[in-house]
Write a protein that binds this ligand. Structure first.
Ligand SMILES: C[S@@+](CC[C@H](N)C(=O)[O-])C[C@H]1O[C@@H](n2cnc3c(N)ncnc32)[C@H](O)[C@@H]1O
Length: 346
């Protein structure tokens, strides 16, 4: 099994992604039997709302297949770092795909890159880094939590990354990242990244490289930026990735003559439901056409019988409406460049 390249058929020992619906996705290991709580070996069966799935039935099926169950169907997908991020067993807070995409782009990581990471945590970012560096690159990841180091190492091995990863148990703020002058990029997800920054400089190649630190709080960001500047790093930039969902909906809007009294009142701006209400438009909610997604509702905005809207004729068009109340903040990403030959201060 490898997260970095594809194969066609499911075999024993593979990790598969079971896609039931957009909010029901699971990572399963293809093991014909498991131990029950009395230590007895029993058939491995996964319960779903469409009935139970015998794991042995997956062996020999193609990745991407539709699997019929007693009361419906599910899909088995090939595992990617993105699907792993949304299904992995959480041992810590993790990084999600929008932040991960920004990290890989801004750190300029690609095939052959040598990258240091601390801490490993649940290995969410590590999986994406391991795919990005490819078979000719290397990821050196560290964590001071012994058990997490062991579990991460087992996962990386099962997922086919053992050729390109080292996982070490160390306190990077005291002992450093264990790499001297070799790394193209360093990524830190630590409570006190400023303590690890002098060590990060030591890990970076003499030709220079890039550093990123992820922190959930702005106070941590300020201290990180001050330390980066004091160490002589350049191009210090903090970014925040905010996820915003857009729902594609049909909207019926009034066509307003320029001179109409209603023109000002019904000035078109269809971005939010609040504005739709201001325009005295009603919002109708109906079930989605996607029968396998129970959570999706489609909203349609139509003119009400208010005085202003009665004056106008109507036009129906498709629009994307965002929910401005959606939470998106996971943290801040602070990037910096280590210039060639930067003085080491450790
Ligand atoms: C939030 S988790 C990292 C999550 C990871 N980025 C992911 O996407 O799964 C932070 C990790 O840093 C580790 N850690 C904290 N301080 C550390 C230190 N000084 N040295 C090494 N690891 C440290 C913790 O044990 C924890 O596992």
């Amino acid at each position: 099994m490898s997260f970095s390249r594809c194969k066609r058929l499911i075999e024993i020992g593979d990790t598969v992604i079971l896609y039931i619906s957009v909010t029901n996705i699971y990572a399963l290991e293809v093991k014909p039997t498991v131990l029950n709580r009395h230590g007895k070996e029993i058939e491995n069966v996964f319960q779903t709302r469409y009935g139970c799935l015998k794991i042995t039935d997956l062996i020999g099926k193609e990745f991407g297949s539709k699997i019929t169950l007693p009361k419906g169907w599910v899909h088995v997908l090939y595992p990617t770092p993105e699907l792993w991020t949304i299904t992995l067993p959480h041992r810590t807070q993790i990084l999600y795909t929008p932040d991960i995409a920004m990290v890989i782009t801004q750190l300029e990581i690609g095939p052959g890159s040598i990258v240091c990471e601390a801490g490993t945590g649940s290995g969410s970012l590590s999986h994406a880094l391991l795919r990005a560096v490819g078979p000719t690159g290397k990821l050196h990841t560290c964590d001071f939590h012994k058990e997490r180091v062991q579990v991460a190492l087992d996962e990386f091995t099962r997922h086919g990354f053992s050729d390109r990863v080292t996982v070490s148990h160390r306190d990077v703020c005291v002992d450093g990242l264990g790499i001297d002058g070799e790394a193209d990029a360093v990524f830190l997800d630590l409570p006190k990244p400023w303590e690890a920054l002098p060590h990060a400089v030591i890990s970076i190649k003499a030709e220079g490289g890039r550093i990123c630190s992820f922190s959930p709080c702005i106070e941590q960001v300020c201290r990180t930026c001050e330390t980066m500047a004091a160490l002589g790093m350049k191009e210090i930039t903090t970014l925040e990735c905010l996820a915003r969902e857009f729902h594609v909906k049909y909207i019926t809007v009034p066509i307003i003559p320029d001179s109409s009294d209603a023109a000002e009142e019904l000035k078109p701006d269809y971005n939010t439901e609040t504005q739709a209400k201001k325009m005295k438009l009603d919002i109708k909610t109906s079930d989605s056409e996607d029968t396998n997604s129970e959570d999706t509702k489609v909203k349609e905005i139509v003119p009400s019988t208010s005085k202003a809207s009665r004056k106008c004729s109507e036009s129906k068009f498709m629009s994307a409406i965002s929910n401005l109340k959606m939470p998106g903040h996971t943290g801040y990403l602070t990037f910096a460049t280590v210039p060639p030959g930067l003085k080491r201060t450790c």
